[in-house]
Design a protein around this ligand. Structure first.
Ligand SMILES: [Fe+2]
Length: 268
């Protein structure tokens, strides 16, 4: 029997009315499609405000009440009233095991994210070790997924603000400094790495010399794009995938072309 999961990210609830409307439309689509698990990889709120968090909880109440939504915080959630504290509790690494799927959540935010211009992520060597240990406990026959907000591999600069930030030496558009190390440690134990932060979707296929390949998927900004990636899985393998579309607020050509990457596998 197959189950479905949807990956959404960077909702930025509270940015404007159009964004909040798009979030409502996404929830309607997720409910209509009866998606089993919805994985939300951060920047749930636009400025980390308490009222933005409350709005998110109202809009996503049907999914939250049924336990179908899993969230990691993003850098924007650390601003304002630190909405991140209401999005993920119990430490920086958390495990959720459900029938046919094993999900590890990693909080890649840090106190520096309280400043708008310091949006880059942080993953410590302890975080990497904790994720590796968590994934080692995945039962056979489960789809193994790592969720985090920040990107683990370099991505092109997307807009003028990022270009300026990069020019003056701010690291907000940079990949996680331990990103490739993290991938090398979990290659062979994890099938999907889901993230956001950068608003243009991307996809990498990561291979090592001895380990099974791993996919790195960036959802981009779901409320701007108006669609979410949908995957069906059975017996620990993805058996179908497509897109769950709502109306588009800012249409753009964005379907990512997978890019191959090779890292040294620490596990096999
Ligand atoms: Fe974002």
């Amino acid at each position: 029997m197959s189950r479905t999961l949807a990956h959404i990210s960077d909702l930025h609830i509270g940015r404007d009315d159009a964004t909040d409307h798009a979030a409502r439309r996404i929830v309607e689509a997720l409910l209509a499609a009866r998606v089993d698990d919805v994985l939300l990889t951060g920047d749930v709120t636009h400025r980390g405000r308490r009222e933005e968090l409350a709005r998110f909880e109202r809009v996503f109440a049907p999914l939250l009440e049924q336990g179908r939504l899993l969230v990691v915080p993003g850098n924007h959630d650390r601003m304002g009233d630190d909405a991140a504290r209401g999005l993920m509790r119990g430490g920086r690494v958390a495990v959720t095991a459900r029938p046919g799927i094993y999900i590890v959540r990693l909080d890649s935010t840090a106190p520096h994210n309280r400043s708008l211009i310091d949006g880059h992520g942080e993953v410590t060597p302890q975080d990497v070790a904790d994720v590796e240990v968590a994934l080692a406990d995945a039962p056979p026959g489960s789809l193994t997924v790592l969720m985090l907000h920040h990107h683990v591999l370099p991505l092109p600069v997307e807009d003028l603000a990022e270009r300026l930030a990069t020019l003056i030496g701010l690291p907000s558009a940079d990949e996680l400094p331990l990103g490739e190390d993290l991938l090398s440690r979990i290659l062979g134990r994890c099938q999907l790495v889901l993230h956001g932060h950068r608003h243009v979707p991307a996809e990498f296929h990561v291979a090592g010399s001895r380990a099974a390949p791993m996919r790195i998927l960036n959802a981009g900004c779901t409320t701007q794009l108006g669609r979410a990636r949908l995957l069906a899985h059975a017996s620990g393998e993805v058996v179908w995938e497509g897109w769950l579309a709502t109306e588009r607020i800012a249409p753009r050509a964005w379907t990512p072309t997978p890019r191959p990457v090779t890292v040294a596998a620490a596990v096999a």
